[in-house]
Design a protein around this ligand. Sequence first.
Ligand code: GDP
Length: 198
Amino acid sequence: MSELTSVKLVLLGDSGVGKTSIVTHYVSGNAANNVKPTIGAAFVTKEINVDGNQLELLIWDTAGQEVYRGLAPMYYRSALIAIIVFDVTRSQSYESVSYWIKELKTNVDTNIIILVCGNKTDLEDQRTVDTSSAQAMADQEGALYAETSATTGSGIERMFQMAVSKLLTTRKTNTDNNQQKGVNIKDSQSTKQGGGCC
Ligand code: GDP
């Protein structure tokens, strides 16, 4: 059985929904107040322990601006997990989730784990997308659903755990099924790269 040691994860979603803030909070444990818009994509790593498995997450935070959308395939193509973020106070950003799901389903391996994330739950009084509709949409798409606040940190750790846990479960099932075929999950990932943007 191949050993999974690092996992490439990509964050997608409209500009301003909080992707960089989520990553910053997850990696540094702080609320990000002065995050700058991502240009192209930024890359960070984080160790994670899920169900006793120690893994390194390679997190690609992509820019949401329309102008950079064409670059996204470069980042999501070899990813094992895609987190599509929307802002629970901005319905338009929720509508973009379908765009990204379609894009992923058309262009990547069917085994990619997709997690839809409703961010900015601290702004409950301004919410325009309710949890049950978003959850139902994710269920229908075969995706996971989580809600977070990058301001308070609520739900962030749990969301990453959820996605990796699902990956490990799916991978175990696939490994059991594919043992004779010699499928190695590492082969589907890109080589580790450092650094920022393009
Ligand atoms: P990105 O373009 O998707 O990477 O979004 P950013 O991380 O740059 O965040 C856009 C803006 O939303 C920034 O002003 C953040 O401070 C703010 N923001 C991000 N997450 C949250 C959140 O959970 N709650 C609130 N209230 N603001 C947030």
